[in-house]
Design a protein around this ligand. Structure first.
Ligand code: ATP
Ligand code: MG
Length: 450
């Protein structure tokens, strides 16, 4: 992509309404535009990152055997009356009437819809286990939308629902989601720690939230510092194996890690003092097991092995897809701008031409652009007639993890400069070497096609 042809409305000034760094950088880097409180347009670069995050989620869900589909954003109130949540959900639910005076609502979550699809089409225990999910816009009329996409009113969420014959099977689904989420967040360059949490209006006893530690996080968290040493890494896992998923759950949840809602001073005191941490975190996901709460209320049964109708055991599992952009930036930036982790970066590499119009420099940049594209990577070539300082400032702000700088002086010696956004370190390489090195880096990050 040529920057001169792209739509990247970078702001020079720091927007005064933005209180936290991720919000400031998302506005300055031309990723989002606010349309009303907590409601945003996603401009091309913001949209691109959103899609990358979404793709990682889809890939990891597929590995766990979960099946994507799509529900409407608007629903009638009837299903919510059936589950008993319509009156209780409160002011966060955006309610409206259609022209026939029917009560409608904009989905804040979708337990009812999925349960309804399930009961309409699944009749026998032989069709279980089943986990369906969607990635879809949600609306919650938050009392205090703030921090940009972190707490929006309209936000993008992955929500999955498991349907199982027994509690044991549903707990396996719970563990499978925990494992799958650990992998998902790590691929985005994030450490998201599973913490024992409270189930709120969804109901149920078993629930973990995934928290990214950050000073700007809205949740107060308490944990044993050993939890931050754990990584899932590249290990292979068989998602069908109850034992393997159980072992990962135990590894990642046996140490003390809780949100303030479930915090227990007496238990926390048993953690050695030097390992006790009180910090803040951003909730980027949550998993629940809630048994037969919805299946009983909505009559979602299957014929069991004994021939009798049996209410299914369920859980729901959410990832805050749009919130993740904010969380990733909170976790990865410096005073010049964003530093995208390789797994989610909007473009893989920036190409900066120090002397636009110079025949040799232009040709070298175009050749680099073509080489990357042929290899399945996305370069962003800054081909504007601007000073080098301005080009560097834009690249630093938008945070591509790798930059190749091309100028007539280097080309005389047959070299370009490859710079890491994270460390600021540069090395001189031939264009071919620079391409090979960038490709090698992204191959490690499972970029599709490499
Ligand atoms: P919170 O406690 O932050 O209000 P929640 O626990 O009500 O969130 P869930 O129902 O668990 O949210 O939704 C799943 C995920 O969706 C959350 O973990 C969070 O990452 C994201 N999310 C929830 N509310 C919002 C929001 N208003 N804006 C952006 N993302 C949100
Ligand atoms: Mg939650």
């Amino acid at each position: 992509m040529r920057l001169s042809r792209y739509f990247l409305p970078v702001l020079k000034e720091t927007p005064s309404e933005a209180q936290i760094v991720s919000h400031r950088y998302m506005l300055r880097a031309g990723m989002i535009k606010q349309q009303s409180a907590g409601i945003y347009s996603w401009l091309p670069m913001g949209f691109k990152v959103l899609r990358k995050i979404e793709n990682i989620i889809h890939e990891e869900q597929a590995k766990a055997g979960h099946i994507p589909m799509q529900m409407p954003t608007l629903q009638t109130a009837d299903l919510w009356r059936e589950s008993g949540r319509y009156d209780g959900y409160g002011e966060e639910m955006l309610r409206m009437k259609d022209r026939h005076d029917r009560d409608m609502l904009f989905s804040p979550t979708a337990e009812e819809l999925f349960t309804d699809v399930f009961r309409a089409h699944v009749a026998s225990y032989k069709d279980l286990p089943l986990t369906l999910y969607q990635i879809q816009w949600k609306f919650r009329d938050e009392i205090r939308p703030r921090f940009g996409v972190m707490r929006g009113r309209e936000f993008y969420m992955k929500d999955g629902y498991n349907f199982d014959l027994t509690k044991e099977d549903a707990l396996h689904a719970y563990n499978r989601h925990l494992v799958s989420y650990l992998r998902t967040y790590e691929r985005m360059g994030l450490q998201a720690i599973p913490m024992r949490a409270d189930s709120g209006p969804i109901g149920g006893d078993d629930t973990h939230e995934f928290l990214v530690l950050a000073d700007t996080g809205e949740s107060e968290v308490f944990y044993d510092s050993e939890v931050t040493d754990l990584t899932f890494g590249d290990r292979e896992i068989d998602f069908d194996s109850v034992e393997q998923c159980q072992a990962v759950l135990e590894e990642f949840t046996s140490r003390y890690a809780r949100t303030d809602e479930t915090h227990d001073e007496a238990l926390f005191d048993q953690v050695p003092e030097e390992r006790r941490r009180v910090a803040r975190g951003i909730e980027v996901g949550q998993i629940f097991y809630f048994g037969t709460k919805y299946s009983e209320a909505m009559n979602a049964t299957v014929q069991g092995p004994d021939g009798k109708p049996t209410p299914v055991h369920m859980g729901s599992h959410g990832i805050g897809v749009s919130r993740l952009l904010g969380a990733i930036i909170e976790a990865s930036h410096d005073d010049k701008g964003i530093i995208w982790p390789e797994g989610v970066t909007p473009f893989h590499v920036g190409i900066v031409n120090l002397k636009q119009g110079d025949e040799e420099a232009d040709a070298a940049c175009e050749a680099l652009e073509k080489s990357f594209e042929a290899l399945g990577l996305e370069p962003l070539y800054d081909d504007r007639k601007e000073r080098a300082g301005g080009k560097f400032a834009t690249m630093d702000l938008i945070g591509l993890p790798w930059r190749i700088t091309v100028g007539p002086r280097g080309l005389k010696n047959g070299v370009v400069e490859l710079t890491s956004r994270r460390t600021g370190e540069s090395e001189e390489l031939t264009p071919e070497q620079a391409v090979a090195k960038v490709v090698e880096i992204y191959a490690k990050h499972h970029v599709r096609g490499l």
